[in-house]
Design a protein around this ligand. Structure first.
Ligand SMILES: C[S@@+](CC[C@H](N)C(=O)[O-])C[C@H]1O[C@@H](n2cnc3c(N)ncnc32)[C@H](O)[C@@H]1O
Length: 288
């Protein structure tokens, strides 16, 4: 697929999402983050064989505001039908509206990933992106995804592993502590920001076959080369909102938190290289 076609699609989604950014609602961050990383994430995803010739029923579990749902629906065209599932009904209203604006067909389904409201073996593919890092019981959700997927169908899980990080110049001390603190906070909330390395084991334990884990590097450069100041500012604002909880739960002292924020603010326009990665785990449900 040509770069121009992908660029036009990414632009189309960004324009259709603008309305929700202007409303400044609680989903603003998710939409903004998705738009800013859209092109860089979409290009390698499209090159994966599991996303070639998408067909049949595809269930996006924890679809949020639909960053992946919309791409899958666009990619599948008339050959497949994508359903966005989430326990956040507001997010589902947003993805439905954006889908209508960009002209792709999707369905939305409110429900919990631990008890998917779909019949057994009805999906040709189930996917979940950036959901597993939030789950207290990822095995239970994977087992539900397996139940919902037909024999021979595919399961794709995309997520992070926070320890995969390269920086030049190196990450400063407070920033490294900050990253660790956020990781601890997420684990106290029942999640796991090191889930990427566990996806292989989870898929093995779920009895999936033909498992592959593909690691896609994600690079951020200086502001001169694509890093966006509005996203950086937004990221800092979002981290500041965790101040009270981080301090109350004694994960970080107020002094360290404030030092980390000021380090971040100073490093805002730094011309730097950062690389982390998306882990893409693909497995098949054994054919009967
Ligand atoms: C970080 S967002 C990812 C959104 C989207 N998949 C993407 O790639 O941008 C995680 C989503 O998972 C949803 N979620 C978390 N736990 C869930 C659960 N138990 N059942 C259903 N959805 C859940 C949240 O509401 C949120 O929309």
């Amino acid at each position: 697929m040509s770069q121009t076609i992908i660029e036009n699609w990414v632009k189309c989604v960004a324009e259709a999402s603008q309305f929700f950014l202007e409303k400044k609602g609680p989903h603003c961050w998710l939409i903004k983050q998705s738009i800013s990383t859209h092109f860089q994430r979409l290009v390698p995803l499209l090159s994966l064989s599991c996303f070639n010739a998408l067909a049949g029923s595809i269930l996006d579990v924890g679809a949020g505001t639909g960053a992946l749902t919309l791409d899958l629906a666009w990619r599948a065209g008339n050959g497949g039908f994508v359903t966005a599932l989430d326990n956040d009904t507001e997010a589902l209203k947003i993805v439905q509206t954006i889908a209508e604006r960009v002209g792709v067909r999707i369905a939305t389904l409110a429900g919990d990933a631990t008890a998917l409201p779909v019949k057994d073996a009805t999906q040709d593919m189930t996917v979940a992106r950036f959901l597993f890092q939030h789950l207290p019981d990822p095995s239970a959700v994977l087992s539900e995804m397996r139940r919902a997927t037909r024999p021979g169908g595919r399961i794709v899980i995309i997520d992070v592993d926070d320890e995969v990080l390269l920086c030049e110049p190196p990450e400063k001390q407070h920033m490294a502590e900050f990253r660790k603190a956020i990781r601890i906070l997420q684990s106290q909330r029942g999640g796991n920001r090191l889930i990427g390395r566990q996806l292989y084991r989870l898929m093995r334990e779920a009895g999936l076959e033909a498992i592959q884990v593909i690691v896609i590097p994600f690079v951020r450069l200086g502001l001169q080369n694509g890093r966006r100041s509005d996203i950086e500012a937004f990221k800092i604002e979002r981290l500041k909102r965790e101040r009270e909880e981080l301090i109350d739960s004694r994960i970080m002292s107020a002094q360290d938190f404030d030092a980390a924020v000021s380090e971040l603010e100073q490093g805002f326009a730094e011309d730097r290289f950062e690389m982390d990665a998306d882990f893409v785990a693909v497995g098949s449900v054994p054919a009967v």
